[in-house]
Design a binder for this molecule. Structure first.
Ligand code: ARG
Length: 461
């Protein structure tokens, strides 16, 4: 057992005869992690102090001192000269102690009608609100890059896949815009989540509210919150907004990881569909010929990290009795790391999309192989009255015949084709080129160039 230190003056020390054990101090302190909330903590405290003065809960002169003191503290932190102390547990108490050191007794008035429980809930909301807005912008930038790349390569045809087997030719632009749509949903989820982050919890006190005649609407206005929480118990114990954000980030990472994985494959010699920019790849210490796609690989891997954070947060919250519990302090590491990982990965993905070199000849050659016009041969027969099931069977036999002879469907002579069905005429060849196969998928949402061009025009980011 680590022996209690001589009793130090804690901001909450009144009730205690002995000091905190050194081991406990180390175990419970969060200052290393939550120092990052300093700006939001100060912003919240300034609004709170102004409201307290307006309501005549504290004298205006002391409130002014508090505001001035807090601003000085902010510059101290930003200049790296703030004396952080682990004895003060977290950022909230570090700042409050420093405030009293600087402005004397007036500093002790700041915490009137407030608890660290509603304070930390506020700081987390202020922090996340700012970050989510930045992340929404980062998603938009990635979307713009995808749309730009799609536009520049509007005539590039590649194989579309199912089961990772060549299935039907598609426009590369159509494939890229699939990701555009995924990221669009991610953006909508984040915007939606922002609405629930943007609620003021301050004024809930420790859990039951406060006896002071505070004006919560005023604080909300000062801090730009469109809404104020309605239940003090919920307000101090709710972390749904973090869960939602990390869940939305996890889905975003599902998408990032799929794109990353495809580009790892596409940049391999087996596919050789793209070349990643040199500056975004690394070599091997042993094999001189290697050019490794480390950035998409790491984005793929960081997905696991973010999923892990979601699991951690869900588990922290599960079964927690109301209202505040110290468990909630453990929300910070997973949240902060999710924010950092999402921002860094979106940025890297955007840069890679920007720098990618498309090997259009390789894509086209791959699209011409693999009998991807077999569906179109079947559709052709259907147009001439053959039931689809029989048409499918006929086209299948044509493919089998071609495989045996090492030929493409379009390379067969008309009389050869006619042996499979008398309905086949000379015009069949017009249906078999990859360009025709792509261009005929004009139904809404299909890969036809006209569709993709229209979609590119209507995109708004
Ligand atoms: N460091 C704490 C946290 O991050 C602040 C709130 C502490 N409240 C308390 N009653 N101990 O959750």
């Amino acid at each position: 057992m680590s022996s209690p230190k001589a009793k130090e003056k804690k901001l909450w020390g009144g009730r205690f005869a002995a000091g905190t054990a050194a081991s406990v101090e180390a175990f419970t302190a969060s200052i290393e992690i939550d120092a990052r909330l300093y700006r939001h903590d100060i912003m919240g405290s300034i609004a709170h102090a102004k409201m307290l003065a307006k309501q005549r809960i504290i004298p205006a002169r002391e409130a002014q001192k508090i505001v001035r003191g807090l601003k000085i503290i902010q510059t101290e932190i930003e200049r790296g000269i703030f004396p952080f102390s682990p004895t003060d547990e977290d950022i909230h108490m570090n700042i409050e102690r420093r405030l009293t050191e600087k402005i004397g007794a007036a500093g002790g008035m700041l915490h009137t009608a407030r608890s660290r429980n509603d304070q930390v809930a506020l700081d987390m909301r202020l922090f996340l609100r700012e970050e989510v807005r930045l992340i929404i912008e980062a998603v938009k930038s990635l979307q713009r890059e995808l749309a730009g790349t799609a536009k520049r390569h509007i005539d590039v045809i590649m194989p579309g896949y199912t089961h990772l087997q060549r299935a039907q030719p598609v426009l590369l632009a159509h494939h890229l815009l699939a990701y555009f749509d995924m990221f669009d949903r991610d953006r909508q989820r984040l915007v939606d989540c922002l609405g629930r982050i943007n609620v003021l919890p301050l004024g809930s006190g420790a859990l039951a509210g406060t006896t002071f005649p505070i004006d919560r609407a005023h604080v909300a206005k000062l801090l730009g919150f469109p809404r104020v929480s309605k239940n003090s118990i919920d307000a101090v114990s709710d972390r749904d907004f973090l869960l939602e954000f990390v869940a939305a980030s996890s889905i975003l990472f599902v998408h990032l990881s799929r794109l990353a994985e495809e580009w790892v494959l596409w940049s391999s010699q087996e596919f050789s569909f793209i070349e990643l920019p040199d500056g975004y790849c690394t070599g091997s210490s042993m094999m001189p010929q290697k050019k490794n796609p480390d950035v998409p690989e790491l984005i793929r891997a960081k997905t696991g990290r973010v999923f892990g954070h979601l699991q951690a947060l869900l588990t922290i919250m599960k079964g927690l009795p109301l209202a505040y519990n110290r468990d909630l302090q453990e929300d910070k590491t997973p949240l902060f790391d999710t924010v950092d990982t999402v921002k860094a990965s979106l940025q890297m993905m955007r840069e890679i999309v920007q720098g990618v070199k498309v090997k259009r000849e390789r894509m086209l050659a791959a699209a011409q192989d693999g009998f991807m016009n077999a569906t179109d041969l079947a559709d052709y027969l259907v147009q001439r009255g053959v039931p689809f099931r029989s048409a499918h069977e006929i086209a299948g036999r044509v493919v089998q015949y071609c495989i045996g002879r090492g030929q493409r469907i379009a390379e067969l002579a008309l009389n050869e084709l006619k042996r499979f069905s008398s309905k086949i005429e000379k015009d069949v060849y017009r249906y078999l080129s990859v360009e025709a196969v792509v261009g005929r998928r004009r139904a809404l949402g299909g890969t036809a160039r006209s569709n993709v061009l229209r979609r590119l025009k209507e995109l708004r980011v």
